[in-house]
Design a protein around this ligand. Structure first.
Ligand SMILES: O=C(O)CCC(=O)C(=O)O
Length: 281
């Protein structure tokens, strides 16, 4: 499996993110774009606006709220929609780098597809992933992160304020001020990333990040695949999902199938064959 070069490793540790160019071919980009258009008409998990629920909860809907292919969509748990979404779980070279950074004792914790249409109203937002707890937990830059994310760009984001992922470089190790102050993609230190369809950004959950406004001429589409240390567990699935029937041994392990029935102690120490399974496609 591939490993980060010394330069990539140094950028990862210092800035807290990596930009991989041209991971998906133009054909793959257009395939995943049309899949996003298709699945918005299919049942699935979309954001739940119920103010009584904690933020970030999803509910099962018959289809996305907006059926316009350019409209907003935030679909979770993509794996069952097409084998191609399963195959992205351990797609090279992205997965190779995830393993190089995190080590082999990991799970897939989330998959997501987001479409953000141009809007003067959406102001963007900034956060860390993993909620209130992980926001307070930062590991040393040279240590494996507790969780990280791969963002696949499906549309070009080559101008500012076109829905760019906006990051606060270095905030994975140095907390930025938050609390009384609401951080936004326009706060001091924010940096809007540019990229082309097919590129991938890798970053740990502890890096402050979020989407900028989209004042461009087209909707911005991305796919997100998250990975966590084995003991953290998936936040897309309460149990091992049925799609494991369609998965390779490595993909099954990444979905939490440890090769035996759950018992207390599972996910704590790793299965004996963990490295062999994860390092072999
Ligand atoms: O860019 C987006 O639409 C959301 C990305 C984001 O904030 C995230 O990946 O947590």
């Amino acid at each position: 499996m591939l490993k980060l070069t010394d330069t990539q490793r140094s950028i990862w540790e210092t800035d807290g993110f990596l930009h991989l160019e041209g991971v998906l071919s133009p054909d793959e980009v257009s395939f995943f774009c049309s899949e996003m258009d298709r699945i918005r008409g299919e049942p699935g998990y979309e954001p739940d606006d119920n103010p009584d629920l904690p933020i970030g909860h999803y509910k099962w809907l018959d289809h996305a709220k907006d059926l316009d292919p350019a409209g907003f969509m935030d679909r979770r748990d993509l794996l069952a929609y097409h084998q191609a979404f399963i195959d992205l779980i351990d797609r090279g070279p992205v997965f190779d780098y995830v393993v190089d950074v995190m080590g082999p004792n990991i799970l897939l914790s989330m998959s997501q597809a987001i479409c953000r249409r141009p809007s003067e109203k959406f102001p963007g937002y900034t956060h860390t992933d993993g909620g209130e707890s992980l926001r307070l937990t930062r590991v040393d830059a040279s240590a494996p992160p507790i969780a990280m994310k791969a963002m696949y760009l499906l549309t070009d984001v080559t101008e500012p304020d076109t829905g760019n992922l906006t990051v606060f470089p270095g905030s994975h190790t140095r907390q930025i001020p938050f609390g009384d102050r609401t951080m936004t993609p326009y706060s001091p230190g924010a940096h809007q990333l540019m990229g082309k369809a097919g590129d991938v950004y890798l970053f740990p959950h502890s890096l402050w990040h979020g989407p900028a406004m989209n004042k461009g001429g087209r909707s911005r589409k991305v796919l997100l695949y998250n990975y966590c240390q084995l003991w953290v567990r998936s936040y897309d699935h309460g149990a091992i999902p049925d799609v494991v029937q369609r998965c390779s041994a490595r993909q099954r392990r990444l979905l939490g199938d440890l090769g035996y029935d759950f018992r207390p102690g599972s996910y704590f120490y790793v299965p004996k064959d963990q490295e062999e399974v994860i390092l072999n496609p």
